[in-house]
Design a binder for this molecule. Structure first.
Ligand SMILES: [Fe+2]
Length: 271
């Protein structure tokens, strides 16, 4: 499903669109419905599926990706990391089981796309890359914004995510990409996915592909914006990860250690 010029676009534009497979679109539409239902539950029920020591779980409006703690990101979110599945697939959370099942279904589908992306990119640089499994320490995140309730210019300050890639779709406008040729506004459609390179991909490619900075603009005419991100990370229990291209930019960098610590840049638990 990758476009023929996928690698070239990542290098030259800084990002790349993918067509959304129809089956996956249907699964995400269902997931967004279930997510909306979940976020409408009483705060007490949502807060039960919430922890500070793991990525998985519900978060109310918080400081993730914000440049300063007094400028919090204006979204509530739910994250799911597969290695933490035992936290959520327990009888205590049967009231959210349909939602959780759909989260995991979409997680596994998104991981197939992420794997295709990584295998394709590795081949552009080397024939000897070890396979990078990503089905444990990646996480799927669902964000819900109510832009019309806020005055701020940006719902999320500019940042890069710090993963191998982030693969994102959203049902509304707002995402702005600082590509290599200037800012690009993503229109927001479930008919497309956007692949956004992160710092780990820069380390793997010796800075041939650079991290994509992005932000979320507040549009006061949007009542509800839902976004789904697959934050793709290498499994951290499969030994060291050597760069596909080694040069001065990545010499001696432990990519697994960087992957592990990067979420702490945003006040999140390490991998
Ligand atoms: Fe981001």
């Amino acid at each position: 499903m990758l476009p023929a010029n996928f690698h070239k676009q990542l290098v030259e534009e800084g990002f790349c669109y993918l067509d959304m497979p129809l089956t996956l679109k249907q699964q995400i539409v269902r997931l967004f419905d279930l997510t909306a239902d979940f976020f409408e539950m009483p705060q007490a029920q949502k807060s039960k599926i919430s922890w500070v020591d793991v990525m998985t779980g519900y978060r109310s409006i918080g400081i993730e990706y914000s440049a300063t703690p007094d400028n919090p990101d204006l979204n509530e979110s739910f994250s799911y990391k597969n290695v933490e599945e035992k936290r959520v697939f327990v009888d205590n959370f049967l009231y959210a089981r349909e939602f959780l099942n759909q989260v995991k279904t979409v997680y596994l589908e998104m991981d197939k796309i992420a794997t295709e992306v990584i295998v394709h990119l590795a081949k552009q640089y080397t024939d000897n890359a070890r396979h990078i499994h990503t089905d444990l320490h990646s996480w799927l995140q669902l964000n819900s914004y109510r832009p019309h309730m806020h005055q701020r210019e940006f719902l999320q300050d500019e940042h890069e995510d710090g993963h191998i890639v982030t693969i994102i779709t959203a049902n509304q406008k707002g995402l702005e990409l600082r590509g290599n040729k200037g800012y690009h506004n993503v229109k927001g459609s479930l008919d497309e996915l956007v692949v956004m390179p992160g710092e780990l991909l820069s380390l793997l490619t010796g800075n041939d592909i650079m991290p994509l900075h992005h932000r979320v603009r507040n549009h006061s005419d949007v009542k509800l914006r839902m976004a789904m991100m697959y934050f793709c990370n290498p499994n951290t229990n499969e030994g060291p990860l050597m760069p596909w291209v080694e040069n001065d930019t990545n010499k001696g960098v432990d990519i697994i250690a960087r992957a592990t610590s990067n979420p702490s840049r945003y006040g999140l638990p390490v991998l």
